[in-house]
Write a protein that binds this ligand. Structure first.
Ligand SMILES: *Cc1c(COP(=O)(O)O)cnc(C)c1O
Length: 406
């Protein structure tokens, strides 16, 4: 082993990394499908999917093939030049969605930043400088830049950084009356996650999204859907807006879009896209050939009836077992979500203890997620093998049994 590959350990994290994360005690080194191995060779089942990112599991042959093929061809040219993978990916996204135009970037926060800037720019150009207000939902999450933490209604992420972006109002999610009361002709955009992810895996009500669409139309405001977590097949359709039949004006995608390779995208219509004319917005890496080649392969694999119908089958397998388990052990008050974004809401005696479930699962060689302190979240690969679901849920049941015994 060369010096460059000298053993690093979890304890090194505290010596060399900014302490803004508190990663688990083990270091994953390899993955295949829905299995992951750590430094010690321990095998884990992965139901966390890198926080709803590894949409085709680890080392999927189609993605490895796309990346390595592109890696030998062309890595980066900047947006001074366009490139083939970006054009192919954009063409496929346009063909598959409401959108006519795509802007590529590198993360969910950047995709939302582009959405919010577009909304303000459109309102500014069409109606003047007074129309800049953005309405978002309490407990939403849109990323960690200053604009996106200002729009996401969670003080724990937005407080303590000086003045926030102005003109943002937060209303309770799924409360159409509250939205109606807040919206006005000064509103440039209403921003919603069709399924609140970080906020606790909470799907929107059908009437709420329909009502939001109508209110936006009445007030010349754009409806922006943040589908960074709910998109790319996770709901069982390519995007969750398709489940509702409510079409946004602007949509952000990231996370699963790259299947583990960083990429984000803003999707919109031709009429709105015109407002981001040459030089108005940009990013050096956005539309990078490596990222776009991988994302193109993700779209090719996911946007097929076979995979999307498989998501529903897997949802039932998870939800049925989790509901039974929740009843047997009295740990959940509700199992909710859509497709393979599933949240188990902890019952009263277990409130605030999602981290304990995470830790207990890890002791049983299972990777899961929380969504806040009160919800246990599952966001596995969309093609997770049925046997892996069963074995992973066996492990989860042992974790729950252990917690209940203690
Ligand atoms: C994760 C997430 C983001 C932020 O994405 P990053 O890639 O971490 O910047 C934004 N919106 C939603 C709904 C998310 O789940």
């Amino acid at each position: 082993m060369s010096a460059d590959h000298a053993q690093v350990q979890r304890t090194d994290f505290d010596q060399v990394m900014v302490p803004n994360y508190a990663p688990a005690g083990f270091i994953p080194v390899r993955g295949a499908g829905s299995r992951v191995w750590d430094q010690a060779g321990r095998e884990l089942i992965d139901f966390s999917g890198g926080i709803a990112v590894n949409v085709l599991g680890h080392a999927h042959p189609a993605l490895v093939g796309a990346l390595t093929e592109q890696a030998a061809k062309l890595w980066h040219v900047s947006n001074v030049f366009t490139n083939e993978p970006a054009l192919r990916l954009a063409t496929k996204l346009v063909a598959a969605t409401f959108a006519d135009r795509v802007f590529f970037c590198n993360s969910g926060a950047e995709a939302n930043e582009a959405c919010f800037k577009l909304a303000r720019r459109v309102a500014h150009d069409r109606f003047g400088p007074e129309k800049y207000e953005i309405i978002a939902a309490v407990n939403s999450f849109h990323g960690r830049t200053l604009f996106t933490v200002s729009v996401g209604g969670q003080p724990k992420y937005s407080d303590g950084f000086g003045p926030k972006i102005e003109g943002i109002t937060h209303v309770p999610y799924n409360d159409l009356e509250a939205l109606k009361a807040a919206i006005s002709d000064k509103t440039c955009a209403v921003v919603l996650e069709p399924i609140q992810g970080e906020g606790g895996v909470l799907p929107a009500d059908q009437a709420y999204l329909e009502g939001a669409r109508a209110l936006c139309d009445q007030h010349n405001a754009l409806l922006v859907f943040d589908e960074v977590q709910s998109g790319m097949g996770r709901s069982g359709k390519l995007f969750a807006y398709m489940q509702y039949g409510v079409t946004p004006d602007v949509l952000s995608s990231a996370k699963s879009l790259g299947g583990g390779f960083p990429i984000g995208a803003m999707l919109t219509t031709h009429e709105l896209a015109k407002h981001l004319s040459v030089g108005v917005h940009g990013t050096t890496y956005g539309g990078n050939p490596l990222a776009c080649a991988v994302a193109e392969a993700v779209v090719d694999v996911i946007n097929t009836p076979q995979v999307l119908e498989g998501v529903q089958v897997r949802h039932e397998r998870f939800a049925t077992r989790l509901r039974a388990l929740g009843e047997q052990y009295g740990v959940f008050s509700e199992v909710r979500g859509m497709g393979l974004l599933i949240g188990c809401v902890l019952s009263e005696p277990w409130k605030g203890k999602a981290k304990d479930f995470f830790n207990a699962a890890e002791r049983q060689n299972l990777m899961i997620l929380q969504a806040g302190p009160d919800v246990v979240r599952f966001a596995p690969s969309l093609v997770v093998a049925l046997e892996d679901i069963d074995e992973g849920l066996d492990r989860f049941e042992r974790a729950v049994a252990e917690l209940c015994k203690a």
